[in-house]
Design a protein around this ligand. Structure first.
Ligand SMILES: Cc1cc2nc3c(=O)[nH]c(=O)nc-3n(C[C@H](O)[C@H](O)[C@H](O)COP(=O)(O)O)c2cc1C
Length: 359
């Protein structure tokens, strides 16, 4: 019997299966506002149990990339309503990923008056694409003041309320892949000497305060968090205390009780593997739903579920390329290969035009 294709629950929600569409930035939100094309794209993939949206900024300051959506204006709330109203009748539940890019940003991608912020004034190695001038080095962020930190926490809480107003079943905090929350956790990007820097109890403070604030705003059953222990994406090197630091986070997050933790393992994309001991720590310490993501085909998904290693499996690139991934995996049909050249380009090409199986 397939576990992957059987119903389950996520907090109070019933999911039609255990397959999650992973968050995928697609850069189709012209003017940072979701639109009909995006509603069509997500609706095509609504046979998932849960769809997690692309990274969506809670603040003008968090819009590091070109054409990514936000959830801080009325137009954005209205745009996202189009999306949830297209998806929900087709069966999937939907969480919005809140992504504040922090220092993974260039001012050319930000609206007037917005600021590139980070825990410390340390730039990430690497380049950022801008529509105006092509690739540019990542900006040196302004080190956030205590006021900036309070403001950002309030923006996350308001964004969570806005997501619920737009019809989402919940939000996922993007605590992974080198964005603002992880920038605070990691000692290479966080060089602060105040109560937000130094020991892990301090480096974890921002992410835990954000978690507490969004739970206060919309309730713990509507809040998940994505983490990437041992992830190196966006200039986040491995350091000796990594496993102990993330074990601390697992314990503290369990005390707040968000509905899920979503673990990233990007070793199938060439990143260092996440040690099995790290994953096992999350499984034993965190008592609610655990999502695995990274490199799953149907066999690996079924075996991880059957072994009880996780409760749900998130799939990124194959969902991007196969709107009907559930039907294809159920029937054993071949899958379309993702076209990397259209991952981040505007318009429908490589977005809403992947072929589906004939009925
Ligand atoms: C085009 C693209 C965009 C992505 N955007 C995001 C994002 O916005 N937020 C996030 O947490 N991860 C993002 N990821 C990572 C995916 O969610 C996922 O972890 C990764 O693709 C590995 O899973 P897979 O092997 O099933 O593709 C992105 C990946 C790709 C390929």
């Amino acid at each position: 019997m397939s576990l992957l294709f059987s119903k389950t629950t996520l907090g109070p929600l019933t999911l039609q299966n255990r397959l999650v569409m992973a968050p995928l930035t697609r850069n189709r939100a012209i003017g940072n506002v979701p639109n009909e094309l995006m509603a069509q794209y997500y609706a095509q993939r609504a046979s998932a149990g849960l769809i997690i949206t692309e990274g969506t900024s809670p603040s003008p300051n968090g819009l590091g990339y070109p054409r990514i959506p936000g959830i801080f204006s009325n137009a954005q709330i209205a745009g996202w309503k189009l999306v949830t109203e297209s998806v929900h009748p087709l069966g999937a539940k939907m969480f919005m990923q809140l992504m504040h890019c922090g220092r993974i940003a260039h001012p050319l991608n930000l609206p007037p008056g917005a600021r590139v912020l980070g825990p410390s004034a340390v730039a990430a190695a690497g380049e950022m694409f801008t529509d105006a001038e092509g690739l540019k080095p990542n900006a040196v962020p302004e080190a956030m003041t205590e006021v900036d930190i309070k403001t950002a926490i309030a923006e996350f809480a308001q964004a969570a309320k806005n997501a619920v107003a737009a019809g989402f079943d919940g939000i996922e905090l993007h605590g992974a892949n080198g964005y603002l929350l992880e920038q605070f956790v990691r000692p290479t990007s966080n060089r602060r000497t105040d109560r937000y820097g130094g020991a892990i109890e301090n480096r974890a403070r921002f992410v835990l305060e954000v978690t507490e604030a969004v739970i206060g705003a919309i309730g713990k059953d509507k809040v998940g968090i994505r983490l990437s222990p041992f992830g190196v994406f966006n200039d986040m090197p491995i350091y000796p205390a990594m496993e102990a630091d993330y074990a601390y986070l697992a314990r503290e997050l369990n005390a707040f009780g968000p509905v899920y933790v979503h673990l990233v393992d990007h070793s199938p994309m060439g990143a260092p593997p996440v040690p099995e001991t790290m994953k096992a720590t999350f499984r034993s310490v965190f008592k609610r739903t655990l999502i695995y993501s990274g490199g799953h085909n149907v066999a690996l998904a079924e075996s991880n579920l059957a072994a009880g290693k996780c409760d749900l499996v998130a799939v990124g690139r194959l969902f991007l390329a196969n709107p009907d991934l559930v039907a294809r995996w159920k029937s054993g049909a071949a899958v379309n290969a993702p076209d990397m050249s259209t991952f981040y380009t505007p318009g429908p090409k490589g977005y809403t035009d992947y072929p589906v199986l004939a009925e």
